[in-house]
Design a binder for this molecule. Sequence first.
Ligand code: NAI
Length: 359
Amino acid sequence: MGVFANTDAPATGHEQVVFCQDKHSGLKAIIGIYSTALGPALGGTRFYPYATEEDALHDVLDLSRGMAYKNALADLDLGGGKAVIWGDPEQIKSEALLRAYGRFVQSLGGRYYTACDVGTYVQDMDVIARETRYVTGRSVEHGGAGDSSILTAWGVFQGMRAAAEHLWGSPTLSGRRVGVAGLGKVGKHLTAHLLADGAAVVATDVNERAVDWVRSNHPEVDLVQDATALVAADIDVYAPCALGGALNDDTVPALRAKIVAGAANNQLAHPGIEKLLAERGVLYAPDYVVNAGGVIQVADEIEGFNFERAKLRATRIFDTTRQILRLADAEGVPPAVAADRLAERRMAEVGRLRTIRLS
Ligand code: NAI
């Protein structure tokens, strides 16, 4: 295990990056801790067949930084971290590998809490938990929060309501047409909230089963061929709920919606897209602000999971989004920049309190 604690890596600013290897089980993992200013770093473990170690490192550095900002704005007493396991989960995931990984997490003494991400599931967290107590996102049988997409969708809906209020004066999607790209775990729940609020929903998914589910359960939803057709459709709000990079040089000029608020991580394909959105008069509710319901749900496990308490906290995504949109107007910057500023402010102001000695 190589530990490069407190490197002054100017390109990343991370507190700690830990390389973990267990040759017998084939485990190769990197744990990235961006910041513990607000508390232990929390973020999931991505199990993915990266082409190179450099790709894995790049991803964990990016993702852990993102978690610090997300957790700061979710009003959690948690810092930001993330881990990647390098390899094909279909080929190499085993009890021994997961438990070896759990021991590395435990060795950090609570500086990092792990959870699920792409390629890892609640059952995996239960295995990891046999070696470490610093794990969330566990199964319901083990006191876990279960499916985090429930509060993710609820939070996205709250963020969208706040954007609607900011733009149209009333915190409702009633009478609006909302385009949902991706009818997976989050997209399905979000569709139900929107319909209940009186919105019309137009949607798309590449997966025929997901489309069939909507056809049977919500026949009033209009379906379009693909995300390109959805972007060009006559919609008021666009909700990317599939993959990252949904807002790019092709989609933004074609977009007819006046608001973008969705669950997908890393919606902005590259820096500068936030300005393009603002120039086109599109109000963008930053992805990591509105999709924080999932991390709020799993973070609640640390206290002993209580759904109502977690839901209350996810409901406050409405207030946070509203605050960010107002700050963006006041400071004359795109909402994505205002969100970063607010997160950095909280990390600096609250993080600074630890310099006050308690004894
Ligand atoms: P999911 O895998 O259940 O659903 C994604 C859906 O998008 C699938 O039905 C898939 O077929 C569809 N899709 C993929 N490519 C598409 C395309 N080009 N056009 C249209 N549809 C496409 O994932 P889930 O959990 O619903 O998450 C959705 C997004 O939200 C992901 O980006 C995820 O990272 C993000 N997110 C999810 C959280 C959660 O708690 N589940 C928390 C925070 C973010």
